[in-house]
Design a protein around this ligand. Structure first.
Ligand code: SAH
Length: 283
């Protein structure tokens, strides 16, 4: 691919001096960036990026200053307030600022706070959505986040709050009953507590679960387990965050949809994992 590959013809917005584009970088694979993100990477004077943004993506902005503003695992290495005000300062200096965040900036990414601060300080912003790990990461594992035979709704949950603790404000009873599929971000640290709450609320111990680590990257690892065994299986596996936990029968679809395994020459484990007994194309 050439660096000078033109974007398709269109009336593309331009990252202008003094602006901040708050942009999702997707879950990892650079191919999951949007064209708006590429456009901004090429134009930016400065890219302020998070821990979960793959370094390879920054190679597309060789002309820009790269500023790391990562926070990992509840240990704030850069305070949110400082990051937001840094963005205000950079824009006020007349820089073209690309604020690049993992996944989608408005999904458990504090993008709302950053955008609000910028707007409160009179800085013009554009929001560029990205592919969230809880959707795109599962897709790379061969798990459809909705599947007609399984779920009519899906709940996205965060496994801990700003303090790094399980959000006590969460009503796990309601979450457990609310939808057939739960997609949990930042759940590794408190997986025992989370699984325990869901079991207590009546979700079956045999319910299929998946843990998708470093999804869409070269290090992607997937653990298939059940709700009852998930915490012990994670501990035994040595898997590390970042990971998405998926609770629900859609995980079974991986037995047929693990397209990465198929591409590597493996056969589907089960062509009809939900036991529909009829072809998928039939209503
Ligand atoms: N805004 C991001 C989420 C940020 S919260 C998004 O939309 O995806 C950080 C959490 O996202 C991680 O703890 C993990 O649960 C999840 N996550 C982000 N990237 C991931 C990846 N490549 N693989 C698995 N989980 C990921």
């Amino acid at each position: 691919m050439s660096d000078s590959l033109p974007l398709p013809h269109g009336d593309w917005p331009v990252l202008e001096p003094g602006w901040v584009w708050l942009c999702g970088a997707g879950p990892g694979d650079p191919g999951l960036l949007t064209l708006h993100a590429i456009n901004a990477l090429r134009r930016a004077d400065v890219v302020v990026y998070d821990a979960l943004v793959q370094e390879a993506i920054l190679d597309w902005a060789p002309q820009a200053e790269h500023i790391y503003a990562g926070k990992r695992g509840g240990k704030p290495s850069a305070k949110q307030r400082d990051i937001s005000l840094r963005l205000v300062d950079l824009a006020s200096e007349g820089k073209r600022v690309l604020r690049l965040k993992g996944g989608d900036p408005f999904v458990f990414g504090r993008g709302g706070e950053e955008a609000q601060t910028l707007i409160q300080h009179g800085v013009p912003v554009r929001i560029i959505p990205g592919i969230s790990a809880g959707i795109g990461g599962l897709a790379y594992a061969g798990i459809p986040v909705t599947h007609r035979d399984v779920n009519q709704s899906v709940t996205f949950v965060t496994g801990h709050d700003q303090s790094g603790e399980t959000p006590s404000s969460l009503d796990w009873q309601a979450i457990a009953k609310g939808s057939q599929v739960l997609v949990i971000y930042m759940g590794m640290k408190h997986v025992e507590r989370i699984a325990g709450e869901l079991l207590k609320a009546g979700r079956p111990g045999s319910e299929p679960c998946a843990v998708v680590c470093s999804a869409t990257t070269g290090d992607q690892k997937v653990l298939e387990t059940t709700l009852a065994t998930m915490p012990a299986d994670i501990a035994a596996s040595g898997l590390e965050p970042p990971a998405i936990l998926c609770v629900g029968r859609s995980v079974l679809m991986r037995q047929v949809l693990d397209w990465q395994a198929l591409a590597a020459g493996k056969s589907p484990r089960n062509l009809d994992p939900l036991g529909r007994g009829r072809p998928a194309e039939s209503a």
